[in-house]
Ligand binder design. Structure first.
Ligand code: PLP
Length: 367
């Protein structure tokens, strides 16, 4: 056989996805309802009841879905006040990150990544023959504007990725930071996967999101998802707002039937029940404040303020991996980081009050 695996695939690090509840429960040999899952920033309250009704009514599953997701894009256009022509839906925001990189990068091109941040930007860049230039954020996770400017001038990147609020720290970009990025004349992809959770903001992110600026700004893309605020992570549906010049190429390169009919119907049902979902977001915001106070009271943890549905903590005098392992063996799942950018940190997704109580109870036993 002459076939061999491409060098970049062999050399690139794997993305390590989070496992679902039934797999974790089977591994620990405990009932699924005993698992406290605070590792993937999922919505503990699940979807709107209208989603279940819409899924029960699904018809024509033997027919391919609309390749242009017209009904969903129309619904999104009305909801977000962005022209339908500038919207494209995807199988999660993840698919759109990959699509953007595939459309824009030639082998050897580079992107700028403001690290630490969500792992898919670098993963998809490497997968698509690109190079990722990592610019480390400042200690408070704000952008190092000087370093970004120098890197843009030197490397002429095709894309600057900027997550807001950023995963894993939960900091929202300021208007000044966004204006700075947009002034660099490079395509800026602002990932607003968690915008609905921003502080004191009961309007599902409307007053903080910059999505309505997209058709007017030539170099701005905004990505959104139904995975977090709408509790649809398992159905895989997200969307992006893009400048007009990009649209034809995105349509050309995307998989033809990328959003399935269950995902579309669930997303539309969510848009029609936004008040109910905003109530769940408010509960998560309240619980975030309670969880923060409890984490702060533990002498070995130093939580960072977050505008998202997770809290990053620095661990003191105890290794992050050890906390993660011990919690996991007790059925509580969180994420840990231990690399050059984030030494000894854990990230805890905000759950229900009972999830916080169980986590704190277990942490008190461990620390
Ligand atoms: C910043 C960020 N963007 C995008 C995603 C993926 O969103 P989706 O589930 O829509 O693919 C995640 C998932 O955790 C994320 O943290």
């Amino acid at each position: 056989m002459t076939a061999s695996i491409g060098k970049r695939i062999v050399e690139m690090p794997a993305y390590i996805p989070i496992e679902p509840i039934d797999v974790l429960a089977a591994r620990l040999n405990i009932p699924a309802e005993k698992i406290v899952k605070m590792d993937a920033n999922e919505n503990p309250y699940g979807p709107s009841p209208l989603v279940k009704e819409a899924l029960a009514r699904l018809d024509l599953v033997n027919i391919y879905p609309d390749p242009e997701s017209r009904k969903l894009r129309d619904g999104l256009s009305n909801f977000h006040k962005v022209p339908m022509e500038n919207l494209l839906a995807g199988s999660g925001a993840d698919e759109l990150i990959d699509l953007l990189v595939r459309v824009l990068l030639e082998p050897g091109d580079c992107v700028i990544n403001c690290v630490p941040t969500f792992g898919m930007y670098s993963f998809d860049t490497l997968l698509n023959y690109g190079t990722c230039i990592s610019i480390q954020r400042n200690a408070d996770f704000s952008l190092d504007q000087e370093a970004i400017e120098v890197a843009v001038r030197k490397n002429k990147p095709k894309i600057i990725f900027a997550c807001s609020p950023n995963n894993p720290d939960g900091r929202l970009l300021t208007g000044e930071e966004i204006d700075f990025l947009l002034s660099l004349h490079t395509l800026v992809v602002v990932d607003e996967a968690y915008i609905e959770f921003t502080q004191q903001n009961l309007d599902l992110g409307r007053s903080r999101s910059i999505i309505t600026q997209t058709p007017k700004r030539e170099n701005l893309v905004v990505l959104r998802t139904f995975s977090k605020w709408a509790g649809l992570a398992g159905l895989r549906v997200g969307f992006g707002a893009f400048p007009s010049w990009l649209m034809d190429s995105l349509w050309k390169a995307k998989q033809p039937y990328n959003v399935n009919i269950a995902a579309s119907a669930a997303a539309l049902a969510s848009l029609s029940d936004d008040a109910y979902l905003a109530g769940n977001v408010a509960r998560i915001q309240q619980e975030r404040a309670r969880l923060f106070t409890k984490l702060q009271s533990l002498p070995t943890l130093q939580p960072y303020p977050s505008q998202s549905n997770f809290i990053l903590c620095k661990t003191k005098n105890v290794s992050a991996i050890e906390i993660k392992r011990k919690l996991a063996s007790r059925g509580v799942f969180i994420r840990h980081y231990d690399n050059a950018l984030l030494k000894d940190c854990i990230r805890i997704s905000v759950g229900r009050p009972e999830d916080t109580d169980e986590l704190i109870h277990q942490l008190e036993g461990i620390l």
